[in-house]
Design a protein around this ligand. Structure first.
Ligand SMILES: NC(=O)c1ccc[n+]([C@@H]2O[C@H](COP(=O)([O-])OP(=O)(O)OC[C@H]3O[C@@H](n4cnc5c(N)ncnc54)[C@H](OP(=O)(O)O)[C@@H]3O)[C@@H](O)[C@H]2O)c1
Length: 249
């Protein structure tokens, strides 16, 4: 069977669980070689084994810009380039400002914003180079959130701030890279059942409280990402908002 991404190389950050795990599987099922980035090596190794020969593990903390650049450069060197970057790694807490721990706020900024900046900065030259090659196109897809479009409640303060920031960054990047045929897309999930929402961490976004309206599965978001990166080279899907059907905010 031929896949729509045969011969391509994709980097997925936050591939050790949730949306990143599902996205790596979905991209590999389309024929992409997938470079799996996250901190939990054991989870990445399990996933790489399940995917098979077309996956490789990179134990990387996205807040460490030097480590990110080293890993991105090694992927490009080993596989002749990078065609797809999925900026997915993320973290969230929902404490109101009067109770919040400043270190949690800093972690959100470091992972959700600075991590996206470090990874994109390291990959952008490789993506431009890939787009000028035979395939003629390359993609950056960043996983934002409904909270990147609207402030969903007082507790979403810093999480929403980081996601609004990556939205602004993505739009500027889109304007810069469009002439080079590097497409820039933003995916904005509503509530998805993942470790971020279902492990009962205090003041994390909570999928269980929303069970009556249903929640998305990680595969729903992976589908959107595969859709974006498999469009014909003339077509750029720049923004996709995906909510559970009854989610109103
Ligand atoms: N679940 C939702 O309802 C929802 C809704 C909207 C948007 N999102 C966004 O979707 C993305 C994925 O989240 P998820 O829901 O799939 O949650 P998840 O299952 O908790 O996955 C988060 C991923 O990010 C990685 N990560 C966290 N900090 C990292 C760091 N410093 N360096 C490298 N990797 C790091 C984690 O891997 P390690 O711990 O192994 O490093 C994990 O693979 C996030 O950007 C999140 O904001 C989620």
């Amino acid at each position: 069977m031929t896949g729509r991404l045969d011969g391509t190389t994709a980097v997925v950050t936050g591939a050790s669980s949730g949306i990143g795990n599902a996205t790596a599987r979905a991209l590999a099922a389309e024929g992409a070689r997938v470079a799996l980035f996250a901190r939990r090596r054991d989870k990445l190794e399990d996933l790489a084994r399940e995917i098979g020969g077309h996956a490789e593990v990179h134990e990387v903390d996205v807040t460490d810009a030097d480590a990110v650049r080293e890993a991105i450069d090694s992927v490009a060197r080993d596989h002749g380039g990078i065609d797809v970057l999925v900026n997915n790694a993320g973290y969230g807490t929902m404490d109101p400002a009067s109770e919040a721990d400043l270190s949690e706020w800093r972690t959100m900024v470091d992972v959700n914003l600075n991590g996206v900046l470090a990874t994109t900065h390291a990959a952008v030259g490789h993506l431009s180079k890939a787009a000028s090659g035979a395939r003629g196109i390359a993609d950056v897809v960043t996983v934002s959130s409904v909270a990147g479009r609207t402030v969903t409640g007082p507790g979403s303060n810093v999480y929403a701030a980081t996601k609004h920031a990556v939205g602004a960054f993505s739009e500027a990047l889109r304007q810069e890279l469009a002439p080079q045929h590097v497409r820039v897309g933003l995916v904005e999930p509503g509530l998805v059942d993942t470790e971020l929402t279902n492990t009962g961490r205090q003041n994390a976004p909570d999928a269980s409280s929303a069970s009556e309206m249903g929640v998305l599965e990680a595969d729903d978001i992976a589908d959107a990402i595969v859709y974006i990166v498999t469009r014909p080279p003339r077509t750029a899907i720049n923004e996709v908002l995906v909510r559970p059907v009854e989610q109103t905010r």
